[in-house]
Design a protein around this ligand. Structure first.
Ligand SMILES: Cc1cc2nc3c(=O)[nH]c(=O)nc-3n(C[C@H](O)[C@H](O)[C@H](O)COP(=O)(O)OP(=O)(O)OC[C@H]3O[C@@H](n4cnc5c(N)ncnc54)[C@H](O)[C@@H]3O)c2cc1C
Ligand code: SF4
Length: 546
């Protein structure tokens, strides 16, 4: 039999993938990571989102940045790409999930108490990602606090928990997190550009922690290669390992297909990437045993993204990190104020005049009526200059139980299937959140500014999410889920799913810390390599929770 290339291959290098790579290497296994996105050093990130090639990920037309956009008929999804996955362009915000998450019926009873079960893994994740509380009250925070006071929830206002190094601004120092064994770091200069990519080295991306130590332990990262197939070896359940087919990301021709073999595989391609890859493998017959529940319970974190742009050019909401404070208008709803920093004016193209509640038929009419009634306002939405400096983005997310499905559709050209969304008939994903409109209008009134909604939401009734989750969720068996509580794919040996796709419910807050803690837990349950693998020596601060 052809020898194996690695003990384990990890597909994707985001939160789930980076944790998996480090912890498997720590247990003595040889590990390869395959990442479809590009490797970025701090100085490679775009200076502005107008630098399309370095910001947007559309490899088919030569854009190899960190920000991926995918439109379905029920949701517009933004997600990350690159070595470090979503951490490269995320807003650094790292919260533990809301209480309702831990008792959701989808997984309640599969552990004695999920909150207690994950507690130590959250601790490890927070230590690894350097989570701390942001300090400071900028103009957007002050407004949010006023809104909270006026609506009777003032006590819920809090500064954000973030993964950023707040040493002396702009000063480079030896690693402050891992006893000097990690990379050198620079203190945050509060430029607000975290989502464009931190060019200063202040943001705690996965390259600065999990992947840094994984590579130190010999993990090999193959970037700009996407996995398109996984086939079991030596039997239908993968007991003899797996063969993965990879190809150049986004290539039209000369795809340079290659295969790699490993004893075990961790699929961590993010909720979208994992759903697509597993669906292709099920459809093509490579992994026919995957549960029919694949693609069910896809969550958007019940999200809405709104914006308010102040009229005067002197207004500046950017002198901070990306997300600085939040409130809870009700226990299930979280509102955060967000900035993109200066130089993100192209993001204005994703926003337009806000429309109220409606349907796919009425919202285009409402939008058109607004544009005709308020032509000046409409023209202002088309004016991108200094938009990101003058704009407060309002991010609303909920821990409510709603969902979509990702269902397969036949492709006209090429291999595999294409995915399309369907609303879950029993608990549809909301296309309009009243409190999102309320807080946006309030901000607009106070700033004399322009209230805006996401363009797909306002015009086509398609809400935006930056937090797509689910589709390969934890369940008690293949009739209720796709993976077991240890993240093992039902029907297969040594094939795990450790990323946002296995998250069973809406956490109601930014989910990356929860994805990290779940992956830490999944990896903690795997045995060390036997008989020759010596567990690797790592600084105490890097070791997993016992
Ligand atoms: C602008 C923005 C801001 C955000 N801010 C926050 C925030 O502040 N806090 C928070 O908690 N979350 C935030 N998020 C969401 C966060 O980025 C995701 O929830 C998180 O990254 C998901 O982690 P993951 O492990 O599931 O996968 P990802 O981090 O998405 O990683 C998956 C990786 O797999 C790669 N991949 C996909 N398919 C394949 C394939 N076939 N072969 C090989 N590789 C593949 C992708 O390129 C990607 O790098 C933000 C997202 C965006 C877009
Ligand atoms: S505010 Fe600027 S320096 Fe600080 S983490 Fe964000 S991008 Fe980096």
């Amino acid at each position: 039999m052809t020898p194996l290339d690695h003990d384990w291959i990890v597909i994707g290098s985001g939160f789930g993938g980076s944790v998996s790579a480090l912890r498997l290497a720590e247990k003595g296994y040889s590990v390869g990571v395959i990442e479809s996105g590009r490797r970025y050093e701090d100085e490679d990130f775009a200076e502005s989102t107008w630098q399309l090639r370095r910001y947007y990920w559309m490899p088919r037309i030569g854009l190899r940045g960190i920000f991926r956009m995918t439109t379905f008929k029920d949701v517009f999804i933004v997600s990350g790409s690159g070595v470090g996955g979503g951490s490269l362009g995320f807003a650094n915000t790292l919260y533990r999930a809301r209480p309702a998450f831990f008792t959701h019926p989808q997984w309640d009873g599969l552990a004695e108490d999920w909150e207690r079960e994950l507690h130590d893994h959250y601790d490890t994740a927070e230590r690894m990602l350097g989570v701390t509380t942001y300090e400071g009250v900028g103009p957007a925070d002050a407004l949010l606090r006023r809104f909270a006071d006026e609506t009777g929830v003032g006590e819920t206002w809090k500064n954000t928990r973030v993964g950023v190094y707040f040493g002396a601004a702009g000063e480079e120092v030896d690693d402050p997190y891992f006893g000097g064994e990690g990379p050198r770091r620079t203190g945050c200069v509060r430029c607000g550009q975290c989502m464009v990519g931190c060019r200063y080295g202040a943001k705690n991306t996965l390259r600065k922690n999990y992947l840094w130590f994984a590579e130190k332990l010999g993990v090999k990262i193959h970037s700009e290669r996407e996995v398109v197939d996984i086939k079991p070896l030596g039997g239908p359940d993968g007991a003899g390992g797996y063969e993965l087919t990879t190809q150049r990301s986004g290539a039209w021709f000369r795809k340079r297909r290659a295969t790699l073999r490993a004893r075990g595989v961790v699929v961590a391609a993010g909720a979208l990437g994992t759903n697509k890859l597993l669906r292709d493998c099920k459809h093509s017959g490579s992994l026919p045993r995957i549960s029919d529940r694949l693609g069910q319970l896809v969550r958007t974190n019940s999200e809405s993204v709104m914006a308010v742009t102040a009229p005067d050019d002197e207004r500046d909401f950017t002198e901070s990190v990306a997300i600085t404070s939040s409130i809870y208008p009700d226990p299930n709803t979280h509102v955060e104020v967000v900035t993109y920093g200066k130089g993100a004016d192209s993001m204005s193209l994703l926003f337009t005049l806000m429309t109220g509640d409606g349907t796919r038929l009425t919202r285009p009419v409402l939008w058109l009526a607004q544009a005709i009634r308020h032509p000046l306002r409409f023209v202002r939405t088309l004016w991108p200059f200094k938009w990101s400096q003058r704009t407060v983005i309002l991010l609303i997310m909920q821990s409510l139980d709603n969902a979509l499905r990702l269902v397969p559709k036949r492709k006209l050209f090429g291999r595999g299937v294409r995915l399309q969304t369907q609303q879950d008939p029993d608990r549809p994903n909301p296309t309009f959140i009243p409190v999102a409109e309320q807080v946006t209008r309030w901000f607009a009134e106070k700033l004399g500014g322009l209230p805006q909604g996401g363009i797909t939401e306002s015009v086509f009734n398609i809400p935006t999410t930056a937090h797509i989750l689910g589709g390969a969720v934890i369940g008690s068996g293949p009739d209720t889920g796709v993976v077991d509580p240890q993240h093992r794919l039902f029907g297969y040996e040594n094939l795990l799913v450790c990323d946002g796709s296995s998250v069973p419910a809406n956490p109601g807050v930014n989910p990356s810390l929860t994805i990290t803690a779940l992956a830490e837990r999944a990896m903690a349950q795997l045995p060390p390599k036997e008989p020759n693998g010596a567990p690797a020596e790592l600084p105490a601060a890097v070791r997993a929770a016992a």
